[in-house]
Design a binder for this molecule. Structure first.
Ligand SMILES: [Zn+2]
Length: 58
């Protein structure tokens, strides 16, 4: 349905939201923390996360 939404809104919604590449649980964190290697998945402890943003285009 919603093909083109408001970029600003998407930015706000998905900024700093990351998804665990193993269990796909979402978590809010900042890029700085990820770059510093301080972020791990709360559920499985996996350290590789990706931006939720990239999930939009399939
Ligand atoms: Zn996980």
């Amino acid at each position: 349905m919603a093909k083109k939404k408001f970029p600003e809104l998407e930015q706000r919604l998905f900024k700093n939201v990351y998804v665990c590449m193993r269990c796909n649980s979402k978590m809010k964190t900042s890029l700085k923390k990820i770059e510093a290697g301080k972020v791990k998945c709360r559920r499985c402890g996996y350290a590789f996360l990706r931006l939720k943003n990239k999930d939009i285009k399939v």
